[in-house]
Design a protein around this ligand. Structure first.
Ligand code: ADP
Length: 382
């Protein structure tokens, strides 16, 4: 079975094709190809539907006679869905209702679903959600201290995101440490342009830093993460409208607001050459992250491991150093030599010293692999 995976980001569309053996669909499968269209919206690639057209052209020449049998879409916000679903018109309508909750990601995902339906009307499509892994959050964690009627009316609760990645890297980390996933307790930080931390207890999500939307929690590339909600009330009274607040918090805040740039490589270079704003941005982001890791170490019942992933977690040795040094009171100790060598690896690596109280692992994420497997699992039960 040939499966196309579409993973739309705010300005990118990553894709992959996976081949599964029809006689043994549960077997791990093989990646046939992968690619990405970047800078969507900035160039002649005006939106994700246009990006998909260029991918369709590329695929038809690369795959030749081989036919796609399923398409797996990454959808950030799944609302009430607690697992992957086969897409039909009802599912699409429901996802469109969720668009305002994850404007950077759900809107492009829905565009991709429509475009893929036009291109491959006969092919089964599956939506795989970042929220699903967090279905196990206990009520005292998913509930906000807001009037219950209001929360019920609007579906306001903590959903949590990055679940596809968190589950994938968590399971890899557990395997590497020889701990059954059902017994794994850990703190998993996915640090990319969007960033979140999750506390895992017994292989299940028990707390996570993103909330009703992917805006809560850590300092991110262009997102503020936690702010005093009183600031928003204040700004509304100053005359800002909802659209302006949305842009402010989702696109003009975070590292971009603190350092003038949202790319960790640029910020690290600037900080090393004495740029005070860049130094402060790194310190602010690290401080917020450490606050969560420390809290979640308690929440998960004492972490077997701290796991780092995402573009920054996998590649930025200086940021890892900054964060792990702040965890010294927990007995965490980095191995500076190994840490420096861990950039762009395909394999998981331990970057802590042998005497560290908690092992720290860098595990490369592969959302496409997880989506391909989830897609096959859904399609094969139809
Ligand atoms: P997204 O959330 O868009 O998928 P990624 O997981 O690709 O984002 O992470 C993007 C972040 O990773 C950016 O801040 C980028 O600067 C950072 N990054 C990527 N490669 C490196 C590297 N070699 N060193 C430091 N940071 C890196």
């Amino acid at each position: 079975m040939l499966v196309l995976v579409l993973n739309p980001g705010s300005s990118s569309l990553k894709y992959a094709v996976w081949q599964f053996d029809s006689g043994n669909l549960k077997a791990s499968g093989q990646e046939v190809l992968r690619g990405a269209v970047e800078r969507i919206g900035e160039s002649e690639v005006t939106d994700h539907a246009v990006a998909l057209e260029s991918i369709v052209k590329e695929l038809s020449s690369l795959l030749g006679e081989r036919k796609l049998e399923a398409i797996g879409h990454r959808v950030v916000h799944g609302g009430r869905f607690t697992g992957p679903v086969l897409i039909d018109s009802e599912v699409i309508r429901y996802l469109e209702l969720l668009n305002p909750l994850a404007p950077l990601h759900n809107v492009p995902a829905v565009l991709c679903i429509h475009a893929a339906t036009r291109t491959w009307p006969q092919v089964s499509q599956v939506a795989v959600f970042d929220t699903s892994f967090h279905r196990t959050l206990p009520e005292h964690v998913w509930r906000y201290a807001l009037p219950q009627g209001l929360c019920r009316q609007y579906g306001i609760r903590r959903y949590g995101f990055h679940g596809i990645s968190v589950e994938h890297v968590g399971q890899r980390a557990a395997r590497m440490l020889g701990i059954p996933w059902e017994k794994f307790d850990g703190v998993i930080a996915h640090l990319g342009n969007g960033a979140s931390v999750t506390a895992v207890h017994g292989g299940q999500s028990v707390d996570t830093s993103m909330g009703f939307t992917p805006l809560e929690g850590l300092v991110m590339g262009t997102r503020s993460g936690d702010v005093d909600p009183g600031i928003l009330i204040f700004l509304l009274r100053q005359g800002l409208c909802a659209e302006e607040l949305d842009n402010l918090l989702n696109r003009d805040s975070g590292l971009k607001a603190l350092a003038g740039d949202n790319d960790m490589r640029t910020i690290t270079t600037s900080a090393a050459t004495g740029d005070k704003d860049a130094q402060l941005a790194l310190e602010t982001a690290a401080h917020r992250l450490v606050r969560y890791i420390g809290g979640y170490h308690v929440t998960c019942g004492g972490a077997n491991a701290i796991v780092l992933t995402g573009g920054i977690g996998e590649n930025s040795a200086p940021f890892r150093t900054r964060v792990l040094e702040k965890l010294a009171p927990l007995g965490v100790k980095i191995d500076p030599v190994v840490n420096e060598t861990v950039v762009g690896l395909k394999e998981a690596r331990v970057v802590s010293a042998p005497e560290s109280s908690i092992p720290v692992l860098v595990v490369p994420t592969d959302e496409q692999a997880a989506i391909a497997k989830a897609t096959v699992a859904v399609v094969s039960t139809q």
